[in-house]
Design a protein around this ligand. Structure first.
Ligand SMILES: N[C@@H](CCC(=O)N[C@@H](CS)C(=O)NCC(=O)O)C(=O)O
Length: 206
């Protein structure tokens, strides 16, 4: 058995670090937490930028070695700890190919349209636009339809069992509800999201 690793999560409450905190809890990974006060600008300190040149949370260090981007961190955690727990498929299997695809779909494809909606409806007044917001909402609706079709034929992202793919994808879809994505139009997605969010690990930001 390999030596336990020393894991440290640099985080801020209710941020992009939240899904990582939930993933650590779901996988039962012992770790330390370091709060980075992004409202006070701690993310711009040279010692933090040395870990994460983006100056954002989350950052995870593994035996002192840093990694950043919530998607990359969660995929690493799933690979490292999820396979033994039956929460992540073995690399190279058909289920793993689907897991990688849907996690990237959520964070990259869906996430890009979500940012369009966010920019068109929140933040800088000069960038707000009802037309852009409508177009982004329609884009998200089309993507949510794909997810709804998948969840109409199987209860979880990878089939019969809950997996870390559900946690990753639901983290993005759940956040998108707050931005105004039309999740409520998709009954299967809504029911699945409620099941994922009811898991104890999803409330363990700490
Ligand atoms: N794509 C990045 C996004 C990280 C991100 O935007 N983090 C925000 C909090 S939600 C942050 O640290 N903002 C501080 C800043 O921009 O100064 C990831 O997934 O890690």
């Amino acid at each position: 058995m390999s030596q336990p690793r020393s894991i440290v999560l640099y985080w801020h409450p209710m941020s992009s670090a939240t899904p990582v905190a939930c993933a650590l809890a779901e996988l039962g990974v012992p770790h330390q937490r370091v709060k980075v006060d992004i409202k006070a600008g701690e993310q711009h300190k040279p010692e933090y930028l040395a870990l994460n040149p983006n100056g954002k949370v989350p950052t995870l260090t593994v035996d002192g070695a840093p990694m950043f981007e919530a998607l990359a961190i969660q995929l690493w955690l799933a690979e490292e700890y999820g396979v033994a727990k039956g929460l992540w498929p073995a690399a190279g299997t058909p289920e793993w190919l689907q897991a990688m695809s849907w996690c990237a779909w959520a964070y990259v494809t869906y996430g890009a349209v979500l940012v369009r909606l966010q920019v068109a409806t929140m933040g800088d007044e000069a960038l707000r636009s009802a037309a852009h917001a409508d177009a982004a909402r329609e884009g998200l609706d089309g993507l949510l339809r794909l997810l709804d079709e998948r969840l109409a034929v199987q209860p979880w992202m990878l089939g019969a069992e809950y997996s870390m793919a559900d946690l990753l994808v639901a983290s993005v879809i759940g956040y998108s509800v707050f931005i105004g994505a039309p999740v409520a139009r998709h009954a299967q997605v809504q029911a699945w999201l409620a099941k994922v969010q009811a898991r104890p690990a999803m409330r363990s930001e700490g």
